[in-house]
Design a protein around this ligand. Sequence first.
Ligand code: BDR
Ligand code: CA
Length: 368
Amino acid sequence: MSEIWRPFPTGDTPDADGRAHDSEPTRVVLDMDTGVDDAVALVMAMHSAEIVVEAITSVAGNAPVDECTRNNLLLSELIRDHDAPPVARGAASPLSRPLVIAPEVHGGDGLGGVTRSLPDPHHPATDEPAHEVIARVSRAALASDLDAGALPVHRRPMLIATGPLTNLALALERDSHALDGYARIVIMGGAFDVPGNTGPVAEFNFYVDPEAAAVLMASGLPITLVPLDATTTTILPAAMLVAHAEGAPPARPGRSLGCILYRALDYYIAFQEWESGLPGGYMHDPLAVAAVIRPEIVETEKVSVDVLTDGADRGRSIARAAESGRTIRVVRSADKVRFLSMLEDRVLIPAFISREYAGRCTKHDHPG
Ligand code: BDR
Ligand code: CA
């Protein structure tokens, strides 16, 4: 049965958007294998007043983990140099398999090769590894205050995972309650009634670390899954990107957020045009962030999800009737028009038009 997803159960005083009445921003941890669409998701999250990014953790997936960590540092510093959230390095490979990366889709550095010539980020990653950061934020929510103990659910943080689920599974491996403090865990992954994008049946994040995906899907945690079925309907048209990027006033070429995004998205869209004739780029990961900010733009269905791990079925996700104790909310559809308007307001306009980031950057410019 389809329903509008509200992140907080009724009774926790959500308003029409499913957010708490007190309008305090929701604290989120972003766990990302930062390729191009993860980067757009990161920018959307950091440009949204409804949420506060408490930490960004990296995981190997689209690119090796060191590249993803560097991308998280570069992007978050360009958005907020002085109070950028901490960035933690995560797992360098899946739980029990060699890493598979996607340079043809995202470039060898995860961002279409754009970052190769950029100076290093100003700050290092934290010493604390990603899985510990993820668990620490959760624990803090359960023992937030000396008298009151756990935070009420509508004040608890949320975890948004847009890469292979290795860091989350590592946290659970060390402590099966490690993620209990999150009000909701929103995961981009899986494919149900559409073909996979990594072989015929599997979605990339589940394909790369199917064992980790299986652990999460069986965990009984409050998970919302944003699969390819929904994310292949949210497409950034190439023409919209060009209109925003080429319309930006000339200033600060090179190491600007707009320049990096334009060239990275151009690479990403060129691959999708070549592969399938799509005149745009799939916004897989930004839909996961948008669904946290504006829950009413997605419709979900409660099911249980199995993840197959072997042979030709590696990474395949199967939905079946919801089983008590392991119910997942799977996003079945998204309001494309509202999503694109969020993308314009929170990513394209701030990246290409605001004075802060303005910078004409043609595809041939070399950032540096
Ligand atoms: C997912 O795989 C990656 O290529 C994207 O960043 C997204 O998280 C889509 O299958
Ligand atoms: Ca991703």
